[in-house]
Design a protein around this ligand. Sequence first.
Ligand code: 13P
Ligand code: SF4
Length: 321
Amino acid sequence: ADEKLAYKAKIQTLLKEKNAVLVAHYYTDPEIQALAEETGGFVGDSLEMAKFGNQHPASTLVVCGVRFMGESAKILTPEKTVLMPTLEAECSLDLGCPADKFTEFCDAHPDHTVVVYANTSAAVKARADWVVTSSIALEIVEHLDSEDKKIIWGPDRHLGSYIQKQTGAEMLLWQGECVVHDEFSAKALRDMKHLHPDAAILVHPESPASVVALADAVGSTSQLIKAAKTLPQTKLIVATDKGIFFKMQQIVPEKELIEAPTAGAGATCRSCAHCPWMAMNGLKAIEAGLREGGDLHEIFVDDELREKSLIPLNRMLDFAA
Ligand code: 13P
Ligand code: SF4
């Protein structure tokens, strides 16, 4: 505990010295989210993180999340220094969608509008017409469908098929998945619901369709937190990364929150509902990132890629405004 306090104190001093601010995702560990809040920083979903970094006056952003979030911050605010606790914090969706293969896929269907999830590299975004996050994907695809656009969607196949079902849009899906949400099990969730028949089920749409089908509310992290408040039930079973419980419980202290079950709970699941890359954002790593900067921590995006990827990112932000 003393060691943690010492790291927090060092981080606070460094934040002031470097005119820096912490921008954390809901999936980081509770102590990181709390630190971001205590130090005047921000906790939010991936769209809100991008917006916050864009408008905040600090000259350095410390992005506590995964690499694509740091890259998006740099693309939007190249004049700022963007640091990450570790550049090894990846995302299975980003890793499963290499730019060269994705470009081939797009080139094979030149009459399609390319929509990519924010969870991708700058190079994949640079090939896209639109970037979306889970909180705005549905509205953007509805808009494109209303203009009769055919869509290439990448990389999350579960989110893509959810949106396809909701909108009826014509979509070709890249076959990627999130290691956290892909683990949720409809069978285990049904069994859990039998034990808590009065509970509502909240599901992030990166989960398999069979899990989404059991949901009372489907949405991005921020949308699920809002649903926790507005749903009448006092017991909530939540199928997303367990990092979300920190903020959700703050918003609904009176409600009982229950983790949705993963298929191979215990020994065999790949993530057990906590992203291994989000978990890399510890106090020690944040302190090192702020103090050292440099190649191990600073995000750089090649100028040409930055200019190309800014176009679809800004399209999303303008649409959201
Ligand atoms: P949102 O915060 O946009 O819901 O993103 C989910 C996610 O998986 C980020 O890693
Ligand atoms: Fe990627 Fe899933 Fe981790 Fe989010 S939770 S960063 S989508 S692997």
